[in-house]
Design a protein around this ligand. Structure first.
Ligand SMILES: [Zn+2]
Length: 488
């Protein structure tokens, strides 16, 4: 299990030393009654301060005096252990790599543009993130799912561990295709929970050099009105190319992710977004496809036409059709209308922050923090069927669109001018499989006791956590210490 390291020295020793006046000065040879009173007062204040510090450390906040730093890679990049920072020599993206995860040949793959940096040059090892432990919150309420907690390491009580709470007491936990199932059902994160643990896949603000002949991940399909503007894209309908049949045709800008794995060089064409980590440069393992994505960008739409958004997961195609000037929009799942926005105030008229996401089976469109369209799959199959039937009956069904899941995200335009900037694509954590004590894949769910928590690290491929089923992998409630606060 990854752990936290304390710097040398204990707070009580330091505080005691500071509280007692240096010998020689505090005890004059001929002390008058006034001097003795002052000395006593100083000692009282010192002892009181020491007692307060002990109370503070025990019940409220630990790490103020003795620095507590993250020592392992299991929570990267939410919380980093000792690491180096590398700037991509092609796109300029700055990223962290675990200090013990550097490649021997000094090369590194940029997690943003997938460029293989041949030599990263001299690197400085930075200490792990410094933490304060907030002990009060968990003294007042039990920990919540997806919350990061610090606890005594079950396998070594003298050390602290830090992980994310995934299973609560009494629940059964399973991991299937990277997702967490609790009591047999997929657990869903809120968008704010997802934002805290999302891993960046690509950011258009860091653009790789054109001379390297590597295509840009965002591609306009065919002859369209989409043009690059540096950190984003602009769409202007081209009247000269529009025939009566084409005026309703959607022109797409699609996210075509490029591989960087040795089996598929960057020029080999698009691949699926995978659970690769820039932090683990030296780790060699099979990568898994990740469908849970979030697109964040600034968007401005002018005109009375439509803006389209598309997201393809392994088993579903989501499409939002928006009429921003009319304040309306529709969300389709596999061609069936699942949500709509009617007669609301116009949106995206000025640049606004748009979030379009498919996580844990849901689909959401959020503009400036406000949910406009959303879909959560029905728990029972019958509910899903009823929804689909309604959509067909009201004639609101969109034509099914053939889309390759190699192009998981798309922005489309019909008769509107669109300006997008700072397009960032994030992915969810893909949890690798549960393991038996013997190290084999475990299919059976883990049953938690009445006081046990199931915890996972965000850097799933290297994290030692509750997936390693066996003695000491679950966390008893009374081993929990608090919540980490990052201290710069
Ligand atoms: Zn790069």
């Amino acid at each position: 299990m990854a752990h936290i390291r304390f710097s040398a020295g204990s707070p009580s020793v330091r505080t005691t030393t500071a509280g007692v006046p240096p010998p020689g000065r505090s005890t004059p040879t001929r002390a008058g009654p006034r001097t003795v009173a002052v000395a006593r007062r100083c000692t009282e204040i010192g002892l009181f301060a020491f007692a307060m510090l002990l109370v503070l450390r025990t019940w409220l906040l630990e790490g103020l005096v003795t620095p507590i730093r993250v020592a392992g890679p299991s929570m990267a990049e939410t919380l980093k252990g000792p690491h180096c920072r590398i700037r991509c020599s092609d796109c300029g993206f700055d990223f962290a790599v675990g200090a013990n995860q550097l490649r021997e040949d000094r090369s590194a793959r940029c997690p943003n543009c997938r460029f293989l940096i041949p030599d990263v040059g001299p690197l400085e090892v930075r200490p792990g993130d410094r933490l304060l432990i907030d002990k009060l919150t968990l003294a007042l309420r039990p920990p919540r799912r997806w919350e990061v907690v610090v606890f005594r390491c079950p396998r070594r009580a003298s050390q602290y561990c830090i992980k994310r709470i995934v299973g609560l007491p009494g629940e059964t936990v399973q991991i299937v295709k990277g997702e967490v199932l609790v009591n047999g059902r997929r657990v869903r994160k809120s968008l704010s929970q997802f934002r805290k643990m999302a891993i960046l896949v690509h950011d258009t603000r860091f653009r790789h050099g054109a001379q390297r002949q590597r295509p840009w991940p965002w591609q306009a399909t065919g002859e369209t009105g989409w043009r690059s503007t540096g950190a984003g894209f602009r769409y202007v309908p081209d009247a000269s190319r529009q025939t009566p049949e084409k005026t309703r045709q959607v022109e797409w800008l699609e996210f075509q992710y490029r591989s960087g794995s040795p089996a598929k060089p960057p020029d080999a064409g698009p691949i699926l977004v995978s659970d690769d980590y820039g932090y683990n440069q030296s780790l060699s393992r099979p990568l898994q496809e990740v469908n849970d994505l979030l697109l964040v960008c600034r968007v401005k739409v002018s005109g009375a036409g439509e803006l389209y958004l598309r997201a393809a997961t392994a088993d579903r195609l989501f499409e939002a059709r928006l009429q921003p000037a009319a304040g309306s929009g529709q969300l389709y799942a596999d061609g069936n209308l699942v949500d709509q926005l009617v007669d609301r105030e116009p949106f995206l008229g000025g640049p606004q922050l748009l979030e379009w996401t498919t996580i844990d089976g849901t689909c959401r469109l959020v503009v400036d923090g406000r949910l406009l369209l959303g879909y959560t799959p029905a728990e029972r199959a019958g509910d899903a069927r009823r929804r689909g039937t309604t959509a067909v009956a009201t004639g609101k069904t969109a034509e099914p669109v053939a889309v390759s899941s190699l192009w998981p995200l798309g922005i489309g335009a019909v008769n509107v001018e669109v300006e997008t900037a700072n397009l960032q694509v994030y992915r969810d954590v893909y949890y690798t499989k549960l393991r038996t004590a013997a190290g084999r894949d475990r299919v059976k769910a883990v049953q938690l006791g009445d006081d046990e928590y199931f915890v996972l690290g965000d850097n799933s491929p290297v994290s030692l956590d509750s997936r390693q089923v066996g003695k000491g992998s679950l966390v008893p409630a009374d081993w929990l210490l608090g919540r980490p606060l990052i201290r710069p």
